[in-house]
Design a protein around this ligand. Structure first.
Ligand code: BV8
Ligand code: ZN
Length: 251
């Protein structure tokens, strides 16, 4: 990755009318949030894919809530990093920028608020750690209070119908909110440039945001510490840490 690559990618991003920024866990790594496939991707002996499923919740809701409680407390101690902030400033500084994230940590939304941007405009494909919805009536509500997961009887309950609440995230095997997914795909299809930051691009349908954009003729700019399935289709595959490279691309 040369300075010239950065300069040319930067020019592409600045001259583009419509930009989609698509992020994964790698954009939050420098904030201290464990990624899924990185070293921190394990909680105790469990893989994320084992706990982030409706089957795991049905089997042991206490264990799954304990995991989400642990992630909430961890994320609550983290702050947006230079990559989140540069993306937020870029989105707040001009029209035509759509931010699509797989992350449920809320750090993009916090950076958007700090940059005077619109945090509600962040398309969070997989939901949020800081929300819950009822397993019976489906009522959704912000939920960021500490979770008492000591026993099934202490788990959070729905104010409306008393049924068990679950984290307001999309689990493996569950479909995404079609309004959010369609908005992301529409932005991808009409993008001039798609900036992909910190994703292994292995989880579907999220990863299709980048391939749809490329197929529609967008220039793909990838920032990742490692090679990914997208590196081969990227016009600029910038290898390194998001916190260092993204501000150089967008500020
Ligand atoms: C669905 C919320 C209908 C919960 C998450 C087609 C083919 C194969 C499989 C499927 C398919 N279609 C559907 C599936 C099944 C499945 C799937 O994709 N499985 C994968 C594992 C193969 N998809 C689903 O189940 C989806 N639902 O499709 O419903 C259906 C159902 C069944 C069958 C057919 C259709 C729902 C998926 C959503 C699951 N929920 N999260 C929670 O968080 O608890 S997914 C979760 O994992 C994240 O949100 C994210 O999407 C993914 C992790 O990926 P990344 O974010 O990219 O993180 P990762 O650790 O992998 O990579 C980090 C990257 O950053 C690395 O590349 C690293 O190099 C880089 N990096 C690290 N540090 C830095 C850095 N880069 C730059 N700077 C740094 N400092
Ligand atoms: Zn309810």
């Amino acid at each position: 990755m040369s300075d010239d690559d950065i300069a040319r990618a930067r020019e592409r991003l600045r001259s583009a009318a419509r930009v989609v920024v698509f992020t994964g866990a790698g954009v939050s790594a420098e904030s201290g949030v464990p990624t899924f496939r990185g070293a921190g991707g394990l909680w105790r002996e469990f893989r994320a894919e084992d706990l982030a499923t409706p089957e795991a919740f049905a089997r042991d809701p206490r264990l799954v809530w304990e995991w989400y409680g642990w992630r909430r407390e961890l994320v609550a101690r983290c702050a947006p990093n230079a990559a989140h902030d540069a993306i937020a400033r870029f989105a707040a500084s001009r029209p035509g920028v759509t931010l699509v994230t797989q992350n449920v940590d809320g750090l993009h939304q916090r950076a958007a608020r700090a940059a005077g941007g619109n945090d509600a405009a962040v398309l969070a494909l997989h939901g949020t750690l800081f929300g819950a919805r009822c397993t019976r009536c489906g009522q959704r509500a912000p939920h960021d209070t500490p979770v008492d997961a000591t026993s099934p009887d202490t788990l959070p309950r729905c104010e409306a119908c008393g049924a068990l609440l679950r984290p307001d995230v999309v689990w493996f095997g569950e479909t995404l909110d079609p309004r959010v997914l369609d908005a992301a795909f529409d932005a991808a299809r009409s993008a001039d440039v798609c900036l992909v930051v910190g994703t292994s691009a292995l989880v579907q349908p999220a990863a299709s945001v980048a391939t749809l954009a490329a197929r529609a003729g967008a220039t793909l700019v990838e920032v990742n510490a490692e090679e990914t399935p997208l590196s081969g289709v990227a016009a600029f595959a910038l290898r390194g840490r998001a916190g260092e490279i993204v501000p150089r691309l967008l500020d």
